[in-house]
Write a protein that binds this ligand. Structure first.
Ligand SMILES: Cc1ncc(C[n+]2csc(CCOP(=O)(O)OP(=O)(O)O)c2C)c(N)n1
Length: 329
């Protein structure tokens, strides 16, 4: 979509592309959960299953040159911004063919050419960097935007508040997406903040916030589209709180016994994928044939991605000191 375009691109082909990405993200993470149980994963798997309407839906209106700062559950963001599934899978298994060439695993790496910047382990540390990227866009007078992702728990970190404050003061073209899945590991929302909505926090920094169902892709898309236009017009930041739920535990080892089973079942019934499929079917965009095709193709892509990652080598020890800086090839 060109900058400042009044109408979002909701053509059938774009909607189907988004549908494909949602299925791809789900299939990717379902496969990771299986691989974990097969003992093939050395580290943790931080599943974002259930949150795809937020991760994929928030990228809908982004363009080349925009920058995203995904978190540990944001495989959907990475795929939607163009990271090839096989490269992402190799990254997760710390193979030499992954984004970091095997220096680190999981989503602690990105691809600057695609505007995807990985997070460090310190929750919230990428928000000041996202604000910095937005400042660079503003100084260069480009129409690009930065999008930073943070969990509900992460919003209680000091770095996050510094980033929000700086973005508000400088009226930066940055959008803060809060993935409010109600838990920070085992800590429920009400035990880590004294306001009802994370969105309430934005008022203290002088910019608007919106609360949206994070399981409704078109709702996420709508508020994100408005925030992106605002940012491209240099009107400043927006915080978007997406209310959602993670189906799995904090990591695959976590059985999440701290959760209420009725709450869990209630949220599972709000699966964002069938919800989007209903939207598409009601508009005559999605047919049984296309659905089957998308399921078959995403399954094949994930299988190929795993084969690629499995067969890829780990890096040689001397490579540890290579490609650490931006001017190296
Ligand atoms: C500063 C910091 N504190 C603690 C941790 C350990 N940790 C990693 S993820 C996580 C839970 C984060 O919860 P939230 O921000 O709500 O995001 P979610 O995992 O629910 O998506 C914790 C406590 C960390 N990585 N960084």
């Amino acid at each position: 979509m060109p900058p400042n375009a009044a109408k979002p691109d909701t053509s059938a082909s774009t909607l189907l592309e988004v549908h494909y990405l949602m299925l791809l993200s789900r299939a990717f993470e379902e496969r990771l959960a299986i691989l974990y149980r097969q003992g093939k994963v050395l580290g943790g798997i931080f599943s974002g299953i259930g949150q795809e309407a937020t991760t994929v839906g928030s990228t809908f209106d982004l363009e080349a040159g925009d920058a995203v700062f995904p978190l540990h559950r944001d495989i959907g963001v990475c795929l939607a911004r163009g990271i090839a599934p096989k490269v992402l899978m190799a990254q997760i298994f710390a193979k030499a063919t992954g984004l970091s060439r095997g220096k680190v695993d999981y989503l602690h790496s990105g691809d600057p050419d695609l505007g995807v910047y990985g997070s460090t382990s310190m929750l919230g540390s990428s928000l000041p960097i996202a604000a910095g990227a937005a400042l660079a866009f503003k100084l260069k007078r480009s129409n690009n935007v930065a999008v930073a992702y943070i969990g509900d728990g992460g919003t209680s970190r000091g770095d996050v508040h510094e980033a929000l404050n700086f973005a508000g003061v400088q009226r930066l073209p940055v959008i803060f997406i809060v993935e409010n899945n109600r838990f920070a590991y085992s800590t429920p929302l009400e035990k880590q903040m004294a306001v009802e909505d994370v969105a309430d926090r934005a008022a203290g920094y002088g910019f608007p916030a919106r609360v949206v169902s994070g399981n409704d892709l078109m709702a996420v898309r709508q508020v994100m589209g408005e925030a992106v236009r605002r940012a491209r017009d240099w009107l400043g930041p927006t915080l978007i709180e997406c209310k959602t739920y993670r189906w799995h535990g904090h990591s695959e080892h976590d059985e999440a016994g701290y959760r209420d089973s009725d709450e869990y079942l209630e949220w599972k019934s709000r699966d964002p994928i069938p919800r989007f499929q209903t939207y598409l079917r009601e508009r005559g965009v999605l047919t049984d044939e296309i659905m089957e095709q998308h399921q078959t193709e995403t399954a094949a892509e994930i299988e190929a991605a795993w084969q690629f990652a499995d067969e890829s080598p780990f890096p040689e020890s001397h490579e540890a000191l290579e490609n650490l800086y931006g001017d190296e090839s």
